[in-house]
Design a protein around this ligand. Structure first.
Ligand SMILES: Nc1nc2c(ncn2[C@@H]2O[C@H](COP(=O)(O)OP(=O)(O)OP(=O)(O)O)[C@@H](O)[C@H]2O)c(=O)[nH]1
Ligand SMILES: [Mg+2]
Length: 265
């Protein structure tokens, strides 16, 4: 009897049976981090299959992803930014093949994270399984100058147009997880952004579809894209423009332009 109890208690994941999990990375020129990203994701307790959607990288991203055991696919259009297109095509692939059952779980992770651990996958998946939410999203502590678009565009604009989303720490989080049935509902909509608008679009559309969303703390996030713009924040202007425009478009779509949350100007 005591052996039996010990076995139960030693299983920290306390799972009846493991769900099928697929991890998707969108990646453009991430040769420094892609191998570790794929290998680390695969070490998750949930033993996920990994898909990399490559944006015609001019470095070794695609080759390294394939050699690390990821199903590696080129996105259909050679466009940049094409993060939304890549995520949609990753979902088309997963929801028709490796995660085709409605109850399967699909996790997105950015491919430029220097301190990714497999616990990130575990925590995002466990929020879905144990906390009974429809979508889990990573939030983190980050460098004080990191996440400028989040701090200066996404959060203030959500506060004005979608005040019920004001509490989200990271509305542009790249670490997002949901069951196949939820992703299917979201990608059947016809206004899915192809560029940088995708992350905040998924958040707004999930909330407006009535899904229950939980942010999950993942510790510190160190990512190489911050190194590219930390000396010159103007490199984020295209991202800022697309996030801003996406929120305005969503505000019009959901008739939020009455500015019910007034801002003193
Ligand atoms: N397939 C594909 N992947 C992309 C594209 N643009 C960005 N990515 C990937 O999307 C992920 C997030 O992009 P980052 O450049 O790190 O941007 P971010 O971290 O969300 O934003 P910042 O906090 O502003 O740096 C990374 O894995 C990129 O390689 C694209 O056009 N196509
Ligand atoms: Mg990044």
């Amino acid at each position: 009897m005591s052996i039996h109890l010990n076995n139960i208690h030693s299983n920290e994941h306390n799972m009846k049976s493991k769900p099928k999990v697929v991890v998707i990375f969108a990646a453009k020129n991430e040769e420094n981090t892609i191998r570790d990203s794929v290998v680390t994701a695969k070490r998750s307790y949930y033993e996920p299959a990994v898909i990399v959607i490559d944006a015609y990288s001019t470095d070794r991203t695609s080759e390294l992803a394939r050699n690390s055991g990821a199903a590696t696919i080129q996105q259909s259009k050679q466009m940049f930014p094409g993060k939304g297109l890549a995520m949609k095509e990753g979902l088309n692939e997963a929801t028709t093949k490796s995660a085709a059952d409605d109850d399967d779980i699909i996790v997105f992770l950015d491919a430029d994270i220097g301190n990714l651990t497999s616990a990130w996958v575990d925590k995002l998946v466990e929020a879905i399984i144990n906390d009974n939410c429809d979508m889990s999203r990573g939030f983190y502590t980050r460098h004080a100058r990191d996440a400028a678009v989040t701090k200066l565009i996404a959060r203030p604009m959500l506060h004005i147009f979608f005040p019920e989303l004001s509490h989200f720490e990271q509305p542009l989080s790249g670490e997002v997880c949901a069951r196949t049935r939820v992703w299917r509902k979201l990608i059947e909509k016809d206004d899915i952004p192809e560029g940088w608008g995708i992350d905040v679009w998924f958040l707004i559309e999930a909330v407006m579809s009535g899904y229950n969303i939980k942010e999950v703390f993942l510790g510190e996030k160190k990512h190489t894209s911050f190194e590219d713009y930390k000396e010159d924040v103007s490199k984020l202007s295209k991202m800022a423009e697309q996030v801003e425009f996406t929120i305005i478009r969503e505000a019009i779509k959901y008739e939020r332009t009455e500015l019910q949350s007034k801002v003193a100007v």
